[in-house]
Design a protein around this ligand. Structure first.
Ligand code: 13P
Length: 248
């Protein structure tokens, strides 16, 4: 039985003042819920998240990580540094990183590996663009993105990782994948992993991300292969995020 995971991705939003309220609201609101809950905050606010959430059931993490362990990489942040601030999770390969910062499948795989080496759990994002969906190549795209990880890290690495299916056309657009559309891709991802290791596949948590809201969360997460959500916009409003966590 896979425990549901709801992870917030704040993206580049927040301030010390607004975070204090949001973190307190999430911490109080999710107490006692069945699902696991995490928030992925901007780097400068990791210490704040750690301070507020330490000792609570809410985990925290980052939204990106360097593929390098240390060195002359101005502006980068290593997995060890994230670990130093108590992170449990780190998002790797978010479509915004792939699109705006040129992260290739190979770079994403290197980041995934660096995260695990430091003891972090990567949340690997995969998903197709609208143009790719319309060309009917969703399965090929997601397979290629997953294969890059399997080739570099091996299937065993997925025992300590989370996958998030985020169709790019559903991110921040208000246009959610239908539960059936999402389930179809989630099942494909699980089957791909099962071909390498059935046990790891059946334990792998595959989150859905893309305009998940309190109104659609329950139906999405009721699908057999949808094990939670990666939440953007709605994770910035404590009441909405808590409602999604409760739906899980
Ligand atoms: P939205 O929930 O705002 O669509 O963002 C999804 C996302 O990109 C989470 O990583």
């Amino acid at each position: 039985m896979r425990r549901k995971l709801v992870a917030g991705n704040w993206k580049m939003h927040g301030s010390l003042a607004t975070n204090a309220e949001l973190l307190a609201g999430v911490k109080a609101g999710v107490a006692g819920l069945a699902a696991e809950v995490a928030v992925c905050v901007p780097y400068p606010y990791l210490a704040q998240a750690q301070q507020v959430l330490a000792g609570s059931p809410v985990a925290w993490g980052a939204q990106n990580v360097s593929e390098h362990a240390q060195g002359a990489y101005t502006g980068e942040v290593s997995a060890g540094m994230l670990k130093d601030f108590g992170c449990r999770y780190v998002i790797v390969g978010h479509s915004e990183r792939r699109t705006y910062y040129g992260e290739t499948d190979a770079i994403v795989a290197a980041k995934f590996e660096a995260a695990q080496k430091a003891g972090l759990i990567p949340i690997l994002c995969v998903g197709e663009t609208l143009e790719e969906r319309e060309r009917n190549v969703t399965a090929e795209v997601v397979t290629r993105q997953m294969q890059a990880i399997l080739e570099r890290c091996g299937v065993a690495a997925l025992a300590e990782a989370v996958v998030a299916y985020e169709p790019v056309w559903a991110i921040g657009t208000g246009r959610t994948a239908t539960p059936e559309q999402a389930q179809e891709v989630h099942a494909q991802i699980r089957a791909l992993v099962a071909a390498a290791d059935a046990g790891i596949a059946s334990n792998l948590r595959i989150l859905y991300g893309g305009s998940m809201k309190p109104a659609n969360a329950k139906e999405l997460m009721a699908q057999p292969d949808i094990d939670g959500g990666l939440i953007g916009g709605a994770s910035l409003i404590a009441a909405d995020f808590v409602a999604i966590c409760a739906a899980a």
